[in-house]
Design a protein around this ligand. Structure first.
Ligand code: LP5
Ligand code: MN
Length: 262
């Protein structure tokens, strides 16, 4: 028998793309089984999409449904969840920070600022994508500062969608090359940055994604033991397949795995 309705479900790094239909199918099944009628809130903590080039991708998909069936399928699925009464919230990741108000309205979700503090079921939570904590990755932080600048984003969004997609494809190649040269530790969160964030938010449990290193950590901060949960990324084509999230029920967080058996 399934456990009773949860207070919230948290996911990140689903990396939805047309190239990985099995991941899309697993995610849709997951929100059907773990969210629809089974939770009050669904939090998507960034990198829902492999990349997001701008909200006009929805208009483009409407006009070219055969070229891009994924975008509107996801928008419709999220909208159905929201219409069913589940509070949906989205926080930008490093791949989909160009998601804006038009997407939020179409999908029926609220956009959150990173970090977001919230109290649910008597538990204080601090939600983040997590990339901002990777301060040892200086090249990435410089890149992040550029692309998160609102003036840079406004200028980028004036370019035609096809041109933006071509630029993103180039950046993805450069990013993969850069990652091959970086030590694994540099691409993880920095312990000092984590402890500083926890110290600034007493009593809150930190949940983040981005690093693709799912775990439950404890940190000593000001003589207290503080919790940090890292969400898994999703890849139904990996061996073994990865995907799932965290569920908050009865004041306790626990890991839930996506079902890849179907
Ligand atoms: O995502 P992940 O985990 O694979 O890697 C990240 C960091 N890489 C990125 C880049 C994205 O993956 C790809 C771009 C997404 C699209 C965004 C939408 C629009 C943006 C338009 C951009 C012009 O975030 C990676 C980290 C890793 O996490 C771990 O934390 O290491 O960072 C990098 O690899 C960045 C490189 O170190 C430096 C970036 C080189 C590219 C510079 C090109 C600038 C061109 C500007 C053109 C206008
Ligand atoms: Mn990320």
């Amino acid at each position: 028998m399934k456990p009773r309705r949860s207070d919230a479900v948290f996911v990140s790094d689903v990396h939805l793309s047309a190239e990985h239909p099995a991941t899309t199918a697993a995610f849709l099944r997951f929100i059907g089984e773990e969210a629809t009628g089974r939770t009050d809130r669904l939090y998507i903590l960034g990198d829902l999409f492999e990349y997001w080039a701008g909200d006009d991708a929805m208009e483009h998909a409407r006009a070219n449904p055969l070229a891009d069936p994924l975008t509107l399928c996801i928008v419709a699925a999220l909208r159905a969840l929201s219409d069913s009464g589940i509070a949906l919230a989205f926080m930008a990741g490093n791949r989909d920070f160009l998601i804006g108000d038009a997407f939020a309205k179409a999908a029926g979700l609220t956009l959150l600022v990173d970090p977001h503090r919230v109290r649910i079921g008597g538990i204080d939570l601090l939600l983040s994508h997590g990339d901002v904590l990777c301060v040892d990755d200086i090249e990435y932080q410089n890149f992040r500062a550029m692309v998160r600048n609102p003036a840079w984003q406004r200028a980028f969004l004036t370019k035609p969608l096809a041109e933006r997609r071509a630029v993103i494809a180039g950046v993805r190649v450069k990013s993969e090359e850069a990652k091959r040269e970086k030590a694994a530790a540099i691409m993880d969160v920095n312990d000092g940055a984590v402890c500083a964030l926890l110290a600034a938010h007493p009593d809150a449990i930190l949940i983040h994604g981005h690093t693709h290193r799912p775990a439950h950590h404890e940190h000593a901060v000001a003589q207290e033991t503080r919790e940090r949960w890292v969400l898994t990324d999703w890849d139904a084509d990996a061996t073994p397949p990865r995907g799932g999230g965290l569920v908050l029920r009865d004041g306790k967080l626990s890991v839930i795995a996506a079902d890849f058996s179907a």
